[in-house]
Design a binder for this molecule. Sequence first.
Ligand code: F6P
Length: 361
Amino acid sequence: MKRIGIMTCGGDCAGLNVAIRAVVQSATLKYNWEVIGIKNGTMGLLGDTPNTVPLDLNFQGFNHAMLRMGGTILGSTTKGNPMAYSMNDGSHIDRSEEIFKNYRKLNLDALIAIGGDGGLKITNDLAKKGGINFIGIPKTIDNDVPNTESIGFATAVSVATAALDNLQPTAASHDRVMILEVMGRDAGHIALHSGIAGGADVILIPEVPFNFDSIVQKVKEVQKSDRSYALLVVSEAAFPKNGKARTVKYHSGDERYGGIGDYIGQELNRMMGIDTRVTVLGHVQRGGSPVSRDRIIASAFGVKAVELIAQEKFGRMVGWDSQDKVIDVDITETLKGYQTVNMDGSLITTARGLGISFGNE
Ligand code: F6P
């Protein structure tokens, strides 16, 4: 009989609840273990009393609703590294002992964190420091965790593709250049995948600094063909050669990528005198119901995470390899890297073969 803890860390995405469900189903049905949900990521293990919820097969209509539910029933946090916890006066303190104490208080045999590269790094470092038996499950719409496809990516691509599908008829009706700004941080996976699936003429990604002349040339080429509208998809962190990525600074001091779509729209309007319109998809890519591929990957990850605990194989991250197979890899080694678009990969060749411009020709 084991007692395992599970938490979600970092930004949410579609499919988190599917992974939680898979862990609970596998742990209870196959092993008869207890599963404790930890609320709001590592925040749930700070303080005198851990913030937890027991998870079992009857939890909130577990069986099917969780397959479809976006967000995370456990809550998450994008703020806070307990080893360098920010205080109001701007200083940082190490609160990791509170985490270790609560892990012991809860009598946990292992901890599963579902997180992106940032959240998994923090929880893995904490686990190593405190001797916690740790397993990581990768999630992020950015798909930038190495050696795997992450939970949430397929849904984000599907949302961005649907947006391009909706933009095409209105672009055609008004002879406009429609610009779709998508998320993805420093990796262009969402833009590349949705751009191919949604028929973009131009895909701009952070891996390929662009120049405006090249985009103008592509739009003119399209205009010379049988249509006078174009679709452009741009990653939030894409930037021009000799320029830098656009960001938005919040009152709190937080900075996020944003504004590149508008910038490109204004420049093309100025340079070509054409009508441009910009759609910023934002968090629409993270919410919503997971597509079937995310449900499948998340289910496989949850079951594999439980298996690894049963085998006492800790310090591992589960993953999905290119052969559609669930695997596990050393988490510390894996998180040293960062998965950007493979410029020699077949999707780049495919896009170029379709005549799509990356704005650098
Ligand atoms: O990492 C996921 C992600 O959605 C990025 O694509 C985006 O840049 C960022 O998080 C947005 O963060 P927040 O939810 O804090 O606005």
